[in-house]
Every structure is written in C-alpha cells, then in structure tokens.
Write a protein that binds this ligand. Structure first.
Ligand code: PBG
Length: 326
C-alpha cells in the first residue's frame, strides 16, 4: 500500500522506464500495405489516403528495395486495375499474367528477401465490387471458393509467399490448402483474414482500388457483424483446423479486444490490419494540427503489440520504420 508502494518510482527516469517496458515495437513487426496500379505512371496519389500513392510496377520495385533497406519483413499487395478489365465474375483475378502476378515477380526480383503477401478475393476485379461471384444479389459461397482456389494457385505459382484470403467465404482455407498441397506448394503460407468485420473503416481503400463507386450494397452477408465478439473464436478455430498458418483481425484499433481474445486463446500468430480508414483519420487530424501524427502513429502501432499481435499490416510501415530506426 501507499506510501511503501509508489508506482511512479519506476517511471521517474528514461532508463528505468525502458528497463520495465513490457512490449516493444520493431520494424520486424510491420507489413507494408501497398497499392499497385496498371495505369499509374509512375505513381498517383489516392485522395482519401494522404501520403499513399498507387504505384506502377517500376515504382513498386523501388518500394521493395526501400522495404528491404528499412528492415520491413513483408509487403502486402492490393491491386488497382483499369476499370475496363473488370467484369461480373472478376475473371482478371485468374489471369496468370495479370497485375498481381507481375507485382509479385517485381518485388521478388527487386528485393528477394522481402516476403510477399497477396489478398485472395475478387473485389478489385468485379464490376459490382463484391469479393465473390453473385447469384442474384447474394455472394455465392461455393462458386466463389472455386475462383479463390485458382486465384491463390496463380499467386503461389508467381512466387507469392503468403496467400491471404480476405473474402470471408466459408470453407475456403481448407480448399485452398488442399489445392496448394496438390500443386506442390507445400511451403506457401496461408494468412487467413479470419475475423474480418463488415466495417466502415475500409472506405479509403475502396477509393484506392477503384471499387468505391462500384460497390452495390454492403458486405454484411459474408463479413462479421461489428457487434459480435464470441463468433471470432469459431471463425479462427475453423481456419486453424483447415490449415491457416496465421490469422488476421481487421480492422485493427477498433477491434483490439478481438486481437487480445484471440492471442489469449490460440497458439497461432495473430496479425492485425490497421486499415485505410484508421490511417486516414490519423493523417487528417495531424494535417489539421490536432494531434502529433508521428507520435499517434507509433502509439497506435504499439497498442497492437500490447494486445498481443505478432505483426501489423499498415500504410504507415515505411514512415514507422524510419521513426523506429531513428
Ligand atoms: C477486400 C479487402 C478490403 C480491404 C482489404 N481487402 C475491403 C473490403 O473488404 O471491402 C481493406 C483494406 C483497407 O481498408 O485498408 N477483399
């Protein structure tokens, strides 16, 4: 009891604060989310994501070298394709010479030691902006999984290290794992977007990949209800059984309780995605002088570590790495 116990004693000096610090944030905790485009020349800004550009393949190669130099372990690729290539079924997702396979090869050529993570989902490629193929207004589960299997195989074939199904169809992790094993891709990892919520925080991303105006309706029939916590246990348990190597929580900061629940429950690496809307809010407040942008960036990233996340996917990755590397 006070006064024998004074919790401020260990806070009194920089050295003692560092000594008792529970969690650390390092560049090895960061995954850099990048938007690659087949029309950008060499880069074009995304209005809703200040500081983030859509990159041409050439600019992507430079970014990959930067990631390597900064010690960022991996990049996650999100494609913005020419709208004329979009159709009802997202067939461009299954083009082995498409933008994503080319982006994978570009990163691997430029920076062989940077891991490549690819979204498995159809939304960047469909005219309606949904993650799968439609049956009427409904996103058909099993037909979508058939496309996702093929998309994941094409990514693995192109050299992708980690396929990351972000579509929330039932049964897709097991189906993709079986297909990868069958094709000899034993070491291709699966990062499952296991607890992905139907969220308003994805708004700027849809602008970035050009699906904002396209999206008809919402994604509530496949993504999780923001009101649900218990359900994440079932999602993650299934995905682990089906062969997921890592699982993801998305969005990030508003769902730290989910990160904590999962890391307390399952011995599997849990990653969190600090999504576009979270990034945009920090950038907007900082631009107005209302918060210290660098400080809030690092504090938000540390919060993920505090909740137990193994790593964070973030648009801040290069800036955070520079801040961390001094
Ligand atoms: C969809 C996908 C989304 C994001 C990544 N993959 C958006 C959505 O589900 O509508 C969001 C990323 C971000 O907001 O930064 N497959």
């Amino acid at each position: 009891m006070y006064p024998s116990t004074r919790l401020r004693r260990t806070r009194q000096a920089d050295w003692s604060r560092r000594l008792v610090q529970e969690k650390t944030l390092q560049t090895s905790d960061l995954v850099w989310s990048v938007v690659v485009s087949d029309t950008a020349d060499p880069r074009e800004p995304v209005a809703a994501l200040p500081g983030v550009d859509r990159l041409s393949l050439k600019a992507l190669a430079e970014a990959a070298k930067e990631a390597e130099a900064l010690g960022i372990p991996a990049m996650a690729i999100f494609p913005h394709i020419d709208p004329s290539k979009k159709d009802e079924t997202g067939s461009e997702a299954l083009n082995a010479d498409g933008l994503v396979p080319q982006a994978i090869k570009t990163i691997k050529d430029a920076a062989p030691n940077v891991g490549v993570i690819c979204d498995v989902a159809l939304d960047p490629f469909t005219t309606h902006g949904h993650d799968g193929v439609l049956d009427g207004d409904y996103v058909a589960n099993d037909a979508t999984v058939e496309s996702l299997i093929e998309q994941a195989l094409i990514q693995a074939e192109a050299g992708c290290d980690v396929v990351a199904p972000s579509d929330m169809m039932d049964g897709r992790i097991g189906a993709i794992r079986d297909a990868l094993e069958g094709a000899g891709h034993h070491n291709t990892m699966i990062l499952s977007y296991a607890a992905k919520y139907a969220s308003g925080f994805y708004g700027p991303y849809r602008d970035a990949i050009g699906s904002a105006t396209a999206l008809k309706g919402d994604k509530k029939t496949y993504q999780m209800d923001p009101a649900n916590a218990e359900e994440c246990l079932r999602e993650v348990e299934l995905d682990i059984q089906e062969g997921a190597d890592m699982v993801m929580v998305k969005p990030g900061l508003p769902y730290l309780d989910i990160v904590k629940t999962l890391t307390d429950t399952f011995p599997v690496p849990v990653l969190a995605f600090q999504v576009s809307g979270e990034y945009a809010m920090v950038q907007a407040a900082a631009a107005n002088g209302w918060i210290d942008g660098d400080r809030v960036m690092l504090e938000s990233l540390m919060s993920f570590k505090r909740a137990g996340a193994a790593a964070v996917i973030t648009y801040f990755a290069p800036r955070a790495a520079k801040a961390l590397n001094g």
